[in-house]
Write a protein that binds this ligand. Structure first.
Ligand SMILES: Nc1ncnc2c1ncn2[C@@H]1O[C@H](COP(=O)(O)OP(=O)(O)O)[C@@H](O)[C@H]1O
Ligand SMILES: [Mg+2]
Length: 457
């Protein structure tokens, strides 16, 4: 870690045996406390604890009146260290205080601007303030095999620190372009947003504000093709204006970049009008100009990396493949779905085993799939875990994406509505459906998806 990163007040001569632990403090919407004093209070509170679990949500700080009145949540983030908890002596705390913006994304650039295409209201780009309340929780909701979220975050964070140190650009250069590619529905767009949100929190001590500008490649490059070159110019003029504010950090997300850059290949082959070439050239020139700036990061996503212009791929410093979820990742995704609908009372309350617990159970037990009502809570929990794991295995075999997984609960609900599901009267002990009924629905929904997919092939 760069020593500049560590607040001098917090720096306890960072020994190599210490782990950097990030603590994110979210303030209430209307809180007006000074970030600096909240940071000091949280730091003092956290160091007063003997051990801290990673990751975890801190509790007990409500007894400090200044914190109680301003703070909404204190999260201790996952760290690179192998153990799941650390003593205060083993870590260097970095406390980040932030107040997410409530504002929605506002649309900035549309194809119709300029007056010619009034009937076309597709938006070419939108801007939103970071950190944003609508992206809270997104980071935790994304689940991947391996540690790709942390790897990406640390990597990007490191490069930003690097460029902040004014390293000579002729010796070490970095384009500030990250490219995520992989099958559709694997969370690439979401991961970019979540990363932008994380970075805005982690860099908040350096930048007074941050923004995410999302470019919709399809609309930029669609109907009014001959206008696209000009639109790219206008867009980047505005981006440059944003970037000129040196205390602001700007993340530019170019979503589904293949639709922009495939055109150049087409133009080369003589199958597309030369306008395509102009647009791509405009884009590449603008990207090259931006690389001199410290406070900008460009993230691009693509479902078809082969369709992307090699000149673009070449500019990406980090190219990360985002794969379909593994069986274990699927279990965690399905578990998070189930926990959410339990929390909202759609399915009645039950303890759902964690991935580690269910992996142990798998070794020793076989699921009891008989439909007889089992009332022993422990036995039920075990069965729910094993059946959910069985579902995960089946989803994996079908190669389901994260997006397909997250809509299964709705399909399952639709399934068991006819099978006798009825929400109980308010006030009755059992508010939702029995979890077994929901699992039946899920199993049918997965089977259905399988047969439907086969028809498509
Ligand atoms: N690995 C994952 N873990 C959890 N949820 C996921 C994952 N991948 C996709 N999803 C879900 O699917 C939705 C769509 O993902 P998106 O970011 O649009 O995918 P992509 O851009 O790769 O097509 C996300 O909002 C998320 O709910
Ligand atoms: Mg996407």
């Amino acid at each position: 870690m760069d020593p500049k990163q560590i607040d001098p007040k917090q720096d306890v001569a960072a020994l190599p045996t210490k782990w950097t632990v990030h603590v994110e403090v979210r303030l209430k919407t209307r809180a007006s406390a000074r970030f600096e004093s909240i940071r000091a209070l949280v730091h003092a509170y956290a160091t007063s604890l003997k051990r801290i679990h990673l990751p975890s949500t801190l509790e007990g700080w409500e007894d400090v009146p200044e914190l109680a009145s301003s703070v909404e949540r204190i999260a201790v983030c996952e760290a690179q260290c192998p153990s799941t908890s650390l003593s205060v002596e083993e870590m260097v705390l970095q406390v980040h205080v932030y107040q997410p913006s409530d504002g929605d994304a506002f649309e900035e650039f549309s194809n119709s601007a300029g007056g010619r295409n009034e009937d076309d209201d597709t938006m070419a780009a939108s801007v939103c303030e970071l950190p944003n309340r609508s992206y809270e929780g997104l980071w935790d909701a994304l689940i991947y095999a391996g540690n790709i979220k942390m790897k990406l975050l640390d990597y990007i964070h490191a490069t930003l620190v690097f460029s902040d140190a004014n390293v000579d650009f002729n010796l070490v250069s970095w384009n500030r372009v990250v490219l995520l590619h992989g099958p559709p529905g694997t969370g690439k767009t979401s991961l970019c947003r979540a990363l932008a949100q994380k970075l805005s929190i982690r860099l908040s001590h350096r930048y007074s504000h941050a923004r995410l500008l999302e470019i919709n490649s399809h609309s930029l490059f669609s109907k009014w093709f001959s206008e696209s070159g000009k639109l790219v110019q206008r867009l980047f003029t505005s981006i440059t204006e944003l970037v000129e504010e040196e205390d602001g950090f700007v993340v530019v997300l170019i979503d589904e970049v293949e639709s922009l850059t495939a055109a150049r290949a087409g133009a080369m082959a003589g199958t597309e009008p030369s306008d395509g070439l102009r647009v791509v050239n405009a884009l590449l020139t603008q990207l090259d100009k931006l690389k001199q700036r410290k406070n900008v990061l460009i993230m691009a996503t693509s479902n078809l990396v082969k369709a992307i212009d090699t000149a673009f791929v070449d500019r990406a410093d980090i190219i990360q493949y985002v794969d379909l979820p593994s069986r274990e990742a699927i279990y965690e995704i399905l578990r998070s779905c189930l926990c959410e609908i339990i929390a909202k009372g759609i399915v009645d309350s039950i303890n759902v085993p964690s991935l580690k617990q269910v992996q142990l159970l798998e070794v020793v037990a076989k699921p009891n799939t008989s439909r007889t009502d089992n009332t022993d809570p422990q036995e039920r929990t075990k069965n729910v875990g094993l059946r959910l794991l069985g579902l995960a295995t089946e989803c994996r075999a079908q190669g389901m994406s994260g997006r397909a997984l997250r809509r299964l609960p709705v399909l399952a609900l639709a399934r068991y509505i006819g099978v006798g599901y009825a929400r109980s009267e308010p006030g009755s002990a059992q508010r939702g459906a029995a979890v077994e009924l929901w699992l039946d629905g899920m199993e049918k929904a997965v089977l259905d998806q399988g047969t439907e997919r086969e028809k498509l092939l």
